[in-house]
Design a binder for this molecule. Sequence first.
Ligand code: SAH
Length: 600
Amino acid sequence: MSITIYYITKNSYNLAKRLTGLFPDAVTEKFSSHKIAAAWNNSKNLIFIMATGIVVRTIAPLIKDKRKDPAVVVLDEKGRYAISLLSGHLGGANKVAKEIADFLDGRAVITTASDINEIISIDLWAKEKDLIIENWDTFSRISTRFLNSGKLKVYSDVDIKLPNDFQKTDNPDLADVLITNKTFNIQNPTSNILLYLRPKNLAIGIGCNSRTSAEEIEGSVKRVLDEYNLSFLSIKSIATIDIKGNEQGLLKFAAKYNLSLVTFTADELNSAISHKPSAISFSEAAFKATGAYAVAEPAALLASENDKLLVAKRKIGNVTIAVAELVAPILQHSITPILYIVGTGPGSIEHITPYAQDAIRRSDIIVGYGTYLELIKDLIKDKEVVSTDMTQEIDRCKKAVELALSGKTVSVISGGDPGIYAMAGLVFEILKDRNVLSIMRNEIKGSNASRIAVGVIPGISALNACAARLGAPLMHDFAVISLSDRLTPWELIEKRLAAAAMSDFVTVLYNPKSMGRPDHINKARAILLKHRSAETPVGIVKSAMRENENVIITNLRDMLNYDIDMQTTVIIGNSQTFIWNNYMITPRGYERKWSNGVVE
Ligand code: SAH
């Protein structure tokens, strides 16, 4: 649980320190309204030891939505009262206030009505059961009615145990709350205050033409669900054939609504058809294109583990859709394990793509290595983190695969890009060794192998970041060489350096100097000097886009006068590269100069 405790005075500082006895991982910080504004959206629990007025004035402009705002608890300096100020239920402020009061022997000040009347809170219960509140506008009116009367009539067509305070009714017309994926045409005159709680129990089978846009897919799904009075909020997963597992529109649609994408091989789809032939319509055209006699219908059945369709195949434009309801036992767990291999860029949060941030947010567990995790600590503070030493990449990747297969959504973090001297290759090697198959690719043969959805999410690599800081050194062909001989024999590195030097490639050097082998960079420079003038521009960028960034523009002759370490990338120009206004620039082409017959 991530907690930040803010103090102002010495007394409040002392109390904050005492509270770390209760919350050992809590961060204590001196109060500053700027800090709070900056951290608000990513905060979970904020504890303020100061006057309520200060807190109210600070957070008032930041408050947005009870589903997202952090829990806010305010304490007086002596710790006599712990006031649950904001997000008492969903955010958990009531619980935190009570824990603090118990710990300090003070009193928790709780004002949410359901707690003081000791009545179950509908929103907390719904959250616990993974039910989505559809109409928040009527939520508070239903809650009030429940509090005043102590009664709540609930209709449910899913297998879910209701709390004792709820009265079950089999007639939707009489209900205050409906737990169902269907929308009823209620005859009740008071139906304007009906609350729908949506179970996530629909599997949507989808077949679509290549390059169908996410918007078209979304539009078609919505249209079909509307026609059958089914709720979009009840979608748990979308299911298709494996060769569509990489279809951009489908991936985008799934990501937008956080739906799991499940794929099946042609064989699996056909076997579903042969088991339930009456349920499914065949198509010779589908068979010719995909090897499966049908896609949408059997995919929906397989993903839901149901043997009946709720909505038989409907074709709208480029999209074919069928719907089935998940059988109860598989309602609770996510169907496909997901392993993201995420690149977090050179350092600062702004240089991490929104897509990567999203993957991290959606993950249960983050696997990575100290420095890179430190750089993104604000993003991962309420995640379970598995961190190992830098040299234990293999263990880290194995652990990540284990965790994903156990049903967790896992992000393996690499700095820069995950596919450049980083983790992506290792993860694939481990998947290959263990015969774990990626559902995103059409390479599935053995059908009893474990499956996993792998998402490689690119990041800004050191070469992009450093080139940007230098100007435009990579405008022409370039070679990238790592000087680390931990996994590559030094002779091979020298051979590649010579080849790049000889062919006039702009040359980017990663891992330029390791602790064990400080002379690598000297040797590399000597090789380049054999083919390039001593005046050739060289850019040395240390810690690009991080706090201690340092950018040097020099040349091959003088480059060793500067500090080069493992946080540094070195870019050596080609024969055309020039320095202008302290920028390092490689011209786009040689053409103009060659065409005169003169090489300058
Ligand atoms: N996957 C990473 C590279 C890992 S190898 C990427 O795509 O960037 C580690 C090397 O990358 C370092 O030794 C250094 O040469 C380079 N590097 C990584 N981050 C850097 C940064 N912020 N500034 C300069 N060089 C960096």
